[in-house]
Ligand binder design. Structure first.
Ligand code: UD1
Ligand code: UDP
Length: 355
């Protein structure tokens, strides 16, 4: 079969890294990069490090409002689908690239396979929630990463098209975790100078619209990290680089090492070696769980309920005291609790598409 895969953002490149090669053993894949993430360290570095096939098309669409970005992608992807006439469209997750591709394919009656189906925040103001719900309802094959995803599909009368395959992010974590050692990690500060990797550190990522639209929330998060007993490594998403620089000038934050975004191999090294993790990323919450690291999530909704057990992951408000209090709660690890599959989600995805 001829399958068009559409990716555009960092976490989608990582999922494609584990699925694309397997897919190509049985099918013809055409890989389309919308261009949503475009800086070298937000895009190309993942293709190089993870040996992801070079995109056949890069649409070069990024930025603007949600509507502008999604609309431009919709037009470009429709043209491409008409030209290539694929048998299936494959999409991952919940970004604007995912929604645009799904909408274009659905109108052309091209069946859609959605990986990470059924994930729900139940927060209708969360921009990704709209993308997830619409994509699921337009898709023919819904592949959930966890049982809670399957449960959501059932509630929305979608379970006849749903299958539990596990989380391809767990596949990637299992495959790539051992690749990097401390000496391989290169951290470039926002001032362009190299940063030394501390022996003990916390790992912070923060890029959600919910936390980065005003100074107040981000300042509180950074004040919490600055108050800890070890330094924090914080690779800054380009979305909030200017805000971060401004806050750094104002408050100093001597205990925080602000860096450019890191590659995936660096990122999972940091996950595996951090004391604890603070994030608003869906991917990083799961990786903290895979690495058995305590996580605090700065959001007011749960995306991955499976991680919210045994004090392993807590929601916190973007307030210094709440973050510090949640970090104090000691986690408990149950050895046989692994709700994200067996590390073979990619093969299951390909098998289901083939079937
Ligand atoms: C997007 C996804 C989010 C996902 C995240 C992964 C949507 C609605 N959101 O959020 O689900 O968690 O990707 O990281 O699709 N920018 C750059 N260089 C880049 C990429 C972005 O400068 O390489 C800037 C652009 O000015 C852009 C802003 O960052 O306007 C935000 O980027 P965008 O892709 O819209 O959203 P993300 O926050 O990355
Ligand atoms: N990540 C990375 N470099 C960074 C920050 C994160 O490679 O500087 C990785 C992280 O380990 C995880 C993925 O990017 O695998 C998560 O992506 P992101 O937080 O951008 O999106 P989300 O998962 O929230 O959709």
């Amino acid at each position: 079969m001829k399958i068009i895969t559409v990716v555009g953002a960092r976490p989608q490149f990582i999922k494609a890294a584990v699925v694309s090669h397997k897919l190509r053993e049985e099918h013809e894949e055409i890989l389309v990069h919308t261009g949503q993430h475009y800086d070298y360290n937000m895009s190309e570095t993942f293709f190089e490090e993870l040996d992801i096939p070079k995109p056949d098309y890069n649409l070069g669409i990024s930025g603007g409002t949600h509507g502008q970005m999604t609309g431009k992608m919709l037009i470009a992807i429709e043209e491409l689908l008409l030209k290539e006439q694929p048998d299936w469209l494959l999409v991952y997750g919940d970004t604007n690239s995912t929604l645009a591709a799904a909408l274009a394919a659905a109108k052309l009656h091209i069946p859609i396979c959605h990986v990470e189906a059924g994930a729900r925040t139940h927060s209708k103001t969360n921009p990704e929630e709209m993308n997830r719900i619409c994509t699921d309802h337009l898709s023919s094959l819904l592949l959930a990463s966890t049982q809670s995803g399957m449960d959501s599909l059932k509630k929305e009368n979608l379970s006849d098209r749903g299958y539990l395959v596990g989380d391809p992010m767990y596949d990637a974590f299992c495959s790539y975790s051992d690749r990097f050692q401390a000496r391989d990690v290169i951290l470039i500060g926002l001032d362009g100078k190299a940063c030394t990797l501390p022996k003990d550190f916390y790992y912070l990522t923060c890029h959600r619209e919910e936390n980065t639209n005003d100074d107040q929330s981000l300042a509180e998060i950074l004040k919490a990290m600055d108050d800890l007993d070890a330094p924090t490594i914080y690779p800054v998403h380009p979305r909030n680089k200017e805000r971060v620089k401004r806050l750094q000038t104002r408050y100093g934050f001597e205990q925080i090492c602000f860096t450019e975004p890191v590659g995936y191999l660096e990122s999972i090294f940091l996950v595996n070696h951090a004391i604890k993790i603070v994030t608003d990323s869906g991917g990083l919450q799961r990786e903290a769980f895979f690495a058995k690291k305590k996580c605090v999530t700065i959001l007011d909704f749960v995306v991955w309920p499976e991680t919210m057990v045994d004090n392993r992951n807590h929601l916190a408000r973007p307030e210094k005291e709440d973050i510090l209090a949640k970090l104090q709660l000691e986690q408990f690890i149950r050895k046989d609790y692994q709700p994200f599959g067996d590390g073979n989600a990619a093969q299951k995805i390909v098998d289901l598409i083939s079937r």
